[in-house]
Design a protein around this ligand. Structure first.
Ligand SMILES: [Zn+2]
Length: 143
């Protein structure tokens, strides 16, 4: 069995963007409320019953959130152009160092209906899916 554990958070921030479409409004400094979700995958520890203690995840998220919330995203180091894609990469890169089970980051601007999901690519030889783990598990179960 594979478990997915998620944690949601939000941050508010300002940015500008240089675009070829809707360029005038995007070039002005403006703000958004960003909703993010991080997803970990794996199996729970036999003793604790937890894949990862959400208290730890929240603590790690908070340190990332502090770098984004009420900041001017154009000036955040390591972010690059403040796009949804780059925000996903930023959050993923910082969080995966502390939560190796991280497999996905979603960043969404609900008011405008924009959303980006960054998923870790699965290696062909890594048995992370239920299908890959299935046959071995099934043979171990009583018929
Ligand atoms: Zn914007």
């Amino acid at each position: 069995m594979i478990y997915e554990l998620s944690q949601k958070f939000f941050f508010e921030a300002a940015h500008t963007l240089h675009r070829s479409i809707d360029a005038a409004g995007s070039k002005q400094i403006h703000g958004h409320t960003y909703h993010a979700e991080v997803t970990l995958i794996g199996a729970p520890d036999a003793k604790s019953g937890m894949l990862q203690d959400l208290g730890n995840v929240r603590r790690h998220i908070e340190s990332i959130r502090e770098q984004l919330d009420h900041h001017f995203l154009d000036e955040v180091p390591d972010l690059g152009p403040a796009t949804l894609e780059n925000l996903c990469t930023f959050i993923f890169t910082k969080l995966v160092a502390r939560c190796p089970q991280l497999v996905a980051v979603t960043v969404e601007r609900q008011a405008s209906g924009d959303k980006c999901v960054l998923r870790k690519e699965r290696k062909a030889d890594a048995p992370v899916s239920a299908e890959a783990a299935g046959p071995a598990t099934r043979t171990a179960l009583p018929a």
